[in-house]
Design a protein around this ligand. Structure first.
Ligand code: 2AM
Length: 478
């Protein structure tokens, strides 16, 4: 019997994905460059419908047509011109495949690279799907959130397998056809940017509590409680669990022993670059990426800590009150972060004519992936009610939440600022909210400056739009 599905690249994610597909009743062929890995994997799972292959030829021959070959190897290309392991595997596969066979790249590839591969394989009569897969190792095994991009007709062929392996929420699989070409990997990239935002916001909440003298156990209890309400999400849940964890050697909370230097693999930076290219403001995600960068400059920070002064921390707010305020600051900032990320997806989707459905995209993030959260239901509802929503903040539900949380949000940013506690993502979110809702910003003076030094001209509030004016400004000497 030929296999229903094939997977190349048996690192942890690949292995887990194979076990997931197999568990849904499909026979899976596997191939890994280092053959001992293949043998060990198959030997470790006796009785499962797995076919281990030592050569790509055998692997391809073992698959039913049209073949469905999922590549899960290390992707490193960051520009459309870069070639990486995914390209190497594709090149090896091409001479072995037949017309209409389907190649799926399930790694974190850059969306432009995906577009190049899509066009290249289409030119050879082959079909390509660039799929963002989120959920880490556990998600891959039990059900990830999958964001596939490619032709709708190819999606139709892949749909039964993708839907059966994806996470389910309320019986709905966490996978939809995102759009053509690079749309899937693009949406996965923004998903990662949003993930950066969510994580940083939680860390800022933690930092305020820590400075206010809360113990890690108290903080764990707060996160655990929040996980029963509006903030219910995987990231809040694991933050509570992480804070509870004690180091077996010292008995201390493990979180307090972990060095405060954050790593990153690059999808956050890609998101920033793309936002800049599209002139979309994603200040919360931006703050989150930059916070990781500053955290990694530990040496400079330690040196500066004895040179640059700040206020003495003295938070006098009642603990219970503070918890409520920080909750609201976190909730409001999270809404802003999603509003910005979705604005970027919307802008790019329109530019590329991808026909993206923001409500359905939010719906497939409800399960499987790292940003899974209860409040995504509200986002889905918002776009279901109004698919043309200009900004998530303007949806009636979110408008109301922002209105009710903002006093506490402002107080938290004030308390943190007055105490010298950095809250770059909380304050960037608030700055965005206040700028977006301002009927008049100080850009009038900015236009005057531009006209002053560069005769760039300006419009007037008392004259028709589009009519440009210039002032003969006085000469400035020195
Ligand atoms: P390996 O076990 O032979 O190293 C993650 O690194 C996965 O990608 C591994 O399964 C690894 O195979 C595979 N991989 C990395 N580079 C590769 C390449 N150039 N060709 C094929 N597989 C590769």
């Amino acid at each position: 019997k030929k296999s229903d599905f094939g997977l190349i690249g048996l690192a942890v994610m690949g292995q887990n994905l194979v076990l997931n597909v197999e568990s849904r009743g499909f026979q899976v062929s596997v191939f890994n460059r280092t053959t001992s890995v293949t043998d060990e994997f198959v030997a470790k799972h006796p009785g499962k419908a797995l076919v281990g292959c030592h050569t790509l030829e055998d692997f391809v021959q073992s698959l039913a047509t049209p073949r469905k070959i999922h590549i899960m190897v290390k992707s490193t290309a960051v520009k459309d011109s870069d070639r990486d392991a995914v390209d190497a595997v594709i090149e090896q596969l091409i001479p072995l495949l037949d017309k209409d066979d389907i190649v799926i790249d399930g790694g974190n590839s850059f969306y432009q690279t995906t577009e190049r591969r899509d066009a290249y394989l289409a030119g050879k009569g082959l079909r390509f799907i660039g799929a963002g897969v989120s959920g880490g190792e556990e998600g891959a095994r039990k059900g990830p959130s999958i964001m596939p991009g490619g032709p709708a007709s190819t999606w139709e062929v892949m749909k039964p397998i993708f839907e059966s392996i994806a996470a389910k929420v309320d019986g709905e699989p966490c996978v939809i056809h995102i759009g053509p070409g690079g749309a899937g990997h693009y949406v996965k990239m923004i998903h990662n940017g949003i993930e950066y935002g969510d994580m940083q916001l939680i860390c800022e909440a933690y930092n305020i509590f820590k400075n206010a003298g809360f113990t890690t156990d108290e903080m764990a209890a707060i996160f655990n409680e929040w996980n029963e309400g509006d903030l219910l999400s995987y990231l809040i849940q694991i933050s509570g669990k992480a804070l509870e964890q004690k180091d077996p050697e010292t008995g201390k909370p493990i979180v307090e022993l972990i060095v405060d230097k954050a790593g990153q693999k690059g999808t956050g930076q890609w998101t920033l670059l793309n936002a800049a290219e599209n002139a979309v403001v994603i200040s919360t995600i931006n703050a989150a990426v930059e916070a990781r960068i500053l955290s990694s400059q530990k040496k400079q920070r330690v040196a500066a800590s004895t040179q640059l002064t700040g206020p003495t921390v003295n938070i006098t707010t009642d603990k219970k009150e503070l918890v409520k305020k920080v909750h609201d600051a976190l909730y409001a900032s999270k809404i802003i972060s999603y509003a910005q990320g979705l604005d970027l997806i919307k802008t790019m989707g329109e530019k590329k004519q991808w026909g993206l459905d923001l409500g359905r995209i939010a719906a497939i993030w409800r399960g499987g992936c790292i940003i899974r959260a209860k409040f995504l239901n509200r986002i889905t509802d918002a776009y279901r009610t109004n698919s043309n929503l200009a900004n998530l903040m303007l949806d009636p539900f979110f408008k109301d939440v922002l209105s009710k949380t903002q006093q506490n949000w402002r107080e938290v940013v004030s308390i943190a600022t007055l105490n010298g506690i950095p809250v770059p993502a909380f304050s960037a979110s608030l700055g965005y909210y206040d700028s977006y809702r301002a009927a008049r910003l100080p850009a009038n003076l900015l236009q005057a400056q531009r006209d002053f030094f560069g005769a760039h001209t300006y419009e007037r509030t008392d004259k028709p739009e589009g009519q440009m004016f210039h002032t003969e400004w006085p000469e400035v000497i020195g």
